[in-house]
Write a protein that binds this ligand. Structure first.
Ligand code: GCO
Ligand code: MG
Length: 414
């Protein structure tokens, strides 16, 4: 038996907040798991420290499946992002440990290498067409072979997905920092939203992008859960001439039935699931083939054990993966995605927002990005280490995602 001897929660904020679980076996082998829940980080940190770590000590680190079931079924209170992020962190750390004992990169335990690397999409955005075109060109120069397009909307000051500034190497990355207040009191920023203006504007932008960049480039777009089924169907139809790779999160995530109507009205491919926590959130969508891509994240959907079940279930229905990879998924979570991406037969695409240099000084990762493809590297385990001294330099700062309101002040989905 390979006993778990210790576990520790590390909260660090190198540019943005991350929660990491570090598990150590009696032999001194260390595994890492990502437990970051953007804007509600400390809830998971406390859940782990007070309710999970005491249960882990002395358990066999090799029993990933039994530990998953023990924490999921054993808690009685199931699902939800806090619980599932905590279970995910334990699961990732135990898979990391298992692969380190096996002295193999984790993907070797998940099925080996099914492809050279994982096709990645990057985030291009601009307040207007000129800025958007610049951003697309920057991403093409960085090697991206698929590009998400988000645009400002005339009449709205600030819109989801549109970058406020640039990263050092030219890649725009902080389009949605969970914001921090200068006064020390963190309150969510409030944004204004107008769905009709959005529906009118977005197809004109895709037309301009296709005219400038041609028919070949795979283009994606994120609706961020803001539309009704009728509005989403309308957008899907009006984007059909521009041949999207996918339209993401067009309707609110909790309403699986909503996608039945959208699906019946448009052939634009659909992706959803970054806010989902279990396979049950996908059950109707997968069995009725209402979507083309599952967007779950390893961190919010119960770790490698559960994400692999979601992917395998989807594969039976010809549905592919497109795991969630914004910068609030830490380098540890992103590495877990890449090991799955390499091994799964029904891999589709991987979202890739490069982490800031500050973040990458705390988390050392063997990830590579070459010629549009991501690879987790050949180091044993997940291929990520955490520098505890660097991590300590960045203490937690409360920060929240924005709150969205319609022009008359009514609260709306962000
Ligand atoms: C995406 C997502 C993110 C989320 C973020 C919230 O497609 O990458 O929509 O941008 O908004 O993960 O924390
Ligand atoms: Mg999204």
């Amino acid at each position: 038996m390979t006993a778990i001897a210790a576990a520790e929660v590390i909260v660090t904020s190198p540019g943005r907040n991350f929660v990491t679980l570090k598990v150590t076996t009696a032999d001194g082998v260390v595994g890492l798991g990502d437990a970051t829940l953007n804007g509600r980080e400390l809830a998971v940190a406390v859940y782990l420290a007070d309710h999970v770590i005491p249960l882990l000590i002395g358990r066999d680190a090799m029993n990933t499946e039994d530990t998953w079931q023990y924490l999921y079924r054993g808690a009685y209170w199931r699902r939800g992002p806090v619980t599932m992020a905590a279970i995910a962190a334990v699961d990732m750390a135990l898979w990391d440990i298992k692969a380190r004992y096996a002295e193999l990169p984790l993907y070797q335990l998940l099925g080996g290498q099914s492809r050279k690397g994982a096709l990645a999409y990057g985030h291009a955005s601009g307040a207007d067409t000129e800025q958007l075109f610049d951003s697309i060109r920057e991403h093409l120069d960085l090697g991206y072979k698929a590009i998400r397009v988000q645009t400002g909307i005339p009449g709205l000051d600030s819109v989801y997905g549109v970058a406020a500034s640039k990263a050092g190497d030219g890649e725009r990355y902080d389009y949605e920092p969970a914001r921090r207040s200068a006064s020390g009191r963190a309150l969510p920023v409030e944004e204004a939203w107008d769905t009709r203006a959005y529906l009118r504007h977005v197809p004109t932008v895709f037309e301009a992008v296709r005219n400038e960049f041609g028919a070949e480039l795979p283009l994606l777009h994120d609706g961020h859960h803001r539309m009704t089924p009728r509005e989403a169907a309308h957008l899907g139809k009006s984007l059909e001439p521009y041949d999207l790779f996918w339209l993401e999160d067009c309707t609110p995530g909790e309403d699986q039935d909503a996608l039945r109507y959208v699906r019946s009205q448009t052939t634009t491919p659909l992706a959803i699931g970054e806010v989902f926590n279990t396979v049950y959130d996908f059950q109707t969508l997968i069995t009725e083939r209402l979507i083309d891509y599952v967007r779950a994240a390893v961190t919010h959907a119960g770790g490698i054990t559960h994400l692999k079940k979601i992917a395998d279930f989807a594969s039976i229905y010809g549905i592919k993966t497109g795991f969630h990879g914004p910068t609030d998924v830490s380098p540890v979570g992103q590495a877990a995605h890449l090991h799955l991406d390499l091994a799964l037969h029904n891999f589709g695409i991987q979202e890739y927002m490069r982490h800031s240099d500050e973040t990458l000084e705390v988390f050392r990762t063997s990830l590579t990005f070459e010629d549009g493809l991501l690879h987790p590297g050949e180091q044993i385990g997940l291929g990520v280490t955490i520098d505890a001294d660097e991590a300590r330099k960045h203490s937690y700062e409360p920060a929240y995602l924005p709150v969205n309101r319609l022009l008359d002040g009514t609260a709306h989905d962000w």
